[in-house]
Design a protein around this ligand. Sequence first.
Ligand code: AMP
Length: 371
Amino acid sequence: MKILVINSGSSSLKYQLFDMKKGERLAKGLIERIGCGGPKDHTEALKKVVADLGAPKDIDAIGHRVLHGAEIFKDSVLVTKSVLATLDKLVKFGTLHMPPNIGGIRACQKIFKGVPNVAVFDTAFHQTMPDCAAMYAIDPKYYKKMGIRKYGFHGTSHKFITAEAAKFLKKPLARVNLVTCHLGNGSSIAAVKNGACVDTSMGLTPLAGLVMGTRCGDIDVGAVLSIMEAEKKTPEEMDALLNKKSGLLALAGSSDCRDICAKAGKGDKQAELALEMLAYRTALYIGAYNTVIGGADAIVMTGGIGENSSEVRERIVKRLGALGIKLDRKANKIRGSLGVISTKDSKIPVVVIPTNEELAIAQDTARIVGR
Ligand code: AMP
């Protein structure tokens, strides 16, 4: 079975082609500058994908990364007319990402006639959260009228590393308890009990939780209101400030964690503070989520930072001593590969597991069309 995976953004379209029987990736590519110098729209971009792949006739299904499934899509879904109509109604939950996500699906329906499309949602894995974790302490009318609650993101990655961790720990998926940390340019943590998500650090939008590349993560809403009032900012301007101009970028001049580590190594105080803030908040969530799930079988780290940065991992794990977690500094040198970075006598193992969101989307697509 051949599965094409599409990650369609506002100005770019990433794709990967998998042979599921052989478990191999056959091709990978990126079309850029859609609507700004490159292909005029997503249909034109897909024509380029078809040309790059040598006009394949044997694609069995197409899997699409879709940002938001709200409470409607608790699992990946085969795209039908009514699913597309529902997706159109969910644009309000992601005005930046949802239109290109949906545009990518519509373009595939035109270009790959008769090939089934499957929508795989960033929010779906978190739909098992209990209300006590998902609801905000505001007038319930905002939930009822507008769907204001915590949804969480990076679900495809958290689900993938949960399954990989269960295999690695030799535990049935339905019995594995984990704190999964996806640490990249965008970062989130999930509390996983018996294989299902019971809490996560992102919220209604991906702005909440950890200190990220350009997002502030958790902040007192009172601070947001004060800035808006003092600088007479519009909601759009404030959104841009918190999502695109905060986090590591605001604290130390770069959104790239490698730059921040290099600066901190040269004694830059702001870079040092940024790294400590990132590590502190991450450790805070790990401690809280370990409590939520009644004790983790493992702490799992993934994403660009989680997979590659020994320095950031060390700064986080050093703060987890109260849980009996101990870092093995030599083992912590691994980069981009699976391995345990805690000592043998660490009360909870810390495991690095590379994520593969595209493969996870392909696996889900195969599962859905195979039904
Ligand atoms: P992602 O969004 O998952 O692609 O992760 C991107 C982030 O991973 C960026 O902040 C990179 O600086 C960071 N990253 C990648 N490799 C390393 C590394 N060796 N050390 C520190 N950060 C890294």
